[in-house]
Ligand binder design. Structure first.
Ligand code: KG4
Ligand code: ZN
Length: 341
């Protein structure tokens, strides 16, 4: 396979990111701006996100080009997220990338954001093992929550997903009810350390049911019911908040592990359990994912945090995988150069 160098852009949510990535896994340069513009609203505001991508993207791209000191002639293609995501941001990033591609006469590769998350564990040197197909991925963030069997590049079997909220959304909403600031996941995990996880018995949605779909809205409602009378979070005793945080974290993790155990049983040929997404930063969840994998004698891989959350390195890597596969199957790059998959 030719050693490719890709300039990549990610702009599907609230991170404006770009990178220069090579086939051997070398990251020549990467820049990410995690938008602070949303903090005062307690969640991502799509219109504000799109405008923030617009104002930051060109500066960040200039930065990676000067950091990497690459000549345009050394770059083989431009890649950008073309969906799924907040459409305003997707349009800003992909149009910017297409403009660059036209100006530099380079191919443009549209990348599916979920596919990029799914292939991240295959970036060379990212983990102790070289990940081969097929493997099971639990993708869990503020926007996505699904379990995917990755059987090859371009071949993904969605075993199950959330039927209501994403897990990160549940963490954020419960954190808000406890008076913690956005994004609530990390704050809730910290507070849970001071609490008793057995203080409250909360529902574990879909526990024991077949399949590997997820549901978290009922759990969220159960927490809201516990907090009746404490709508003003200033009056909420800290120990009570900590006990609720710990009990919630245990309940949501127990539900997730039960669903993933079903997923593992659905794909007996799988070789590994991997996770990605912002919620994968949660140490309590990671510990229990590791224990589950060990129980089924599977290696467990969680990429470093900066590649679990949204980033442009994964977009560039997905483009590399797609281009290598295209050349191995004698598919013309032009066949895929202008269309998102
Ligand atoms: O992948 P990400 O950065 O952005 C997208 O949603 O695409 O994920 C952000 C989500 C937020 O909901 C945040 O609260 C959650 O990941 N999160 C956590 C933790 N760190 C981030 N949830 C639980 N525990 C954490 N330590
Ligand atoms: Zn994502």
């Amino acid at each position: 396979n030719k050693n490719l160098t890709i300039l990549s852009i990610e702009s599907s949510c609230d991170d404006t990111a770009c990178a220069l990535v090579q086939s051997d896994g070398t990251v020549f340069a990467e820049q990410i701006y995690s938008q602070k513009e949303h903090v005062e609203f307690g969640g991502v505001v799509p219109e504000i996100a799109a405008r923030a991508h617009l104002s930051h993207l060109s500066t960040l791209v200039k930065k990676i080009l000067s950091q990497a000191q690459l000549d345009w002639s050394e770059i083989d293609a431009i890649a950008a997220t073309c969906g799924p995501g907040l459409i305003g941001g997707v349009i800003v990033g992909s149009s910017f990338a297409k403009g660059l591609a036209l100006a530099q006469n380079l191919p443009f590769i549209g990348i599916n954001h979920i596919e990029a998350h799914a292939l991240t564990v295959r970036i060379p040197n990212i983990s102790s093992v070289q990940v081969q197909f097929p493997y099971l991925l639990f993708l869990t963030s503020g926007g996505h929550c699904q379990c995917i069997h990755v059987t090859n590049i371009g071949e993904y079997q969605r075993l199950g997903g959330t039927i209501d909220d994403a897990a990160g959304e549940a963490f954020d909403k419960v954190a808000k009810m406890l008076g913690l600031s956005w994004p609530g996941g990390p704050a809730l995990e910290a507070l849970a350390k001071e609490g008793d996880e057995n203080a409250f018995s909360l529902p574990r949605p879909l526990y024991g049911r077949p399949g590997c779909d997820f549901s978290f809205s009922g759990l969220k409602t159960a927490v809201a019911n516990l907090l009746t009378g404490y709508e003003n979070t200033d009056t909420l005793p800290r120990q009570l908040a900590a006990d609720i945080a710990a009990s919630f974290q245990k309940a949501i993790t127990t539900a997730i592990i039960n669903r993933l155990e079903n997923a593992i049983k659905m794909v007996p040929d799988t070789t590994l359990l991997a996770t990605a997404g912002g919620v994968a930063a949660n140490q309590y969840l990671r510990k229990r994912l590791l224990a589950l994998a060990e129980q089924y004698k599977l290696p467990f891989i969680a990429p470093p945090m900066k590649y679990c959350t949204d980033n442009a390195v994964m977009i560039g890597w997905a483009a590399i995988e797609i281009l290598h596969q295209a050349s191995n199957t004698n598919k013309l790059i032009d066949d895929i150069s202008l269309l998102p998959r």
